[in-house]
Write a protein that binds this ligand. Structure first.
Ligand SMILES: [Zn+2]
Length: 202
């Protein structure tokens, strides 16, 4: 996993950029077997900042869609590539991966609301594609979840069903984040900084 540390650092940086710009703090990258990033993307549902994305300000401006869209033509048929994403892909993004040559997904944190990895075992078409999905766990999981949760706290109405689902999936992480927000060590109003967030989660 050592070669992927650089990938997670880049994804956290990119997710923070998205969060601070007004979109969701979610990022994705496509890497080769040596861990070199071939393409990246971030959620850009709600901001027009000049970033790595071509898809902006539309309902399909998800991190994985942008990463797939940025994959160079000479890599389009490469079956050795891995998609890294900070949050479990939704059905649209999982479908887009299935239409690509990518057959391995590494996921930072689960999304019990919109995540669709279970479909890989439930849908015949997707099962035939032979896509493997791994949840990374550990520290990367906590940071990726924190960025997702802060995005939800900032942009989603508080009584939305997603909060019950993420709280029951990640009770300890959520409790820690709620305490940091309540004690104003983390603010939902201003920008966040990646290093400061990592320090708070230590
Ligand atoms: Zn998606």
């Amino acid at each position: 996993m050592t070669e992927s540390v650089g990938i997670w650092n880049e994804l956290v940086r990119l997710a923070v950029e998205g969060y601070n710009a007004g979109s969701l703090g979610i990022a994705a990258a496509i890497a080769d077997q040596d861990g070199a990033i071939m393409a990246k993307g971030r959620n850009q549902l709600s901001d027009s900042l000049d970033s790595c994305n071509k898809i902006k300000m539309t309902s399909i401006a998800h991190a994985e869609m942008n990463a797939l869209n940025n994959l160079p033509p000479e890599r389009q048929h490469d079956r050795s590539l891995t998609l890294f994403t900070t949050v479990e892909p939704c059905p649209m993004c999982l479908g887009a991966v299935a239409m690509s040559s990518i057959r391995k997904i590494v996921i930072g944190s689960a999304d019990p609301y919109a995540g669709s990895i279970r479909l890989l075992a439930k849908d015949d078409y997707l099962t035939k594609k032979g896509i493997s999905a791994v949840f990374v766990g550990g520290r990367a999981e906590e940071i990726c979840y924190a960025l997702h949760y802060l995005s939800l706290r900032r942009y989603v109405r508080p009584n939305h069903v997603i909060f019950d689902q993420v709280r029951s999936r990640y009770p300890a992480y959520t409790k820690k984040l709620d305490e940091l927000i309540d004690s104003q060590q983390l603010t939902l109003d201003g920008p966040i900084e990646a290093l400061q967030l990592m320090k708070l989660l230590d």
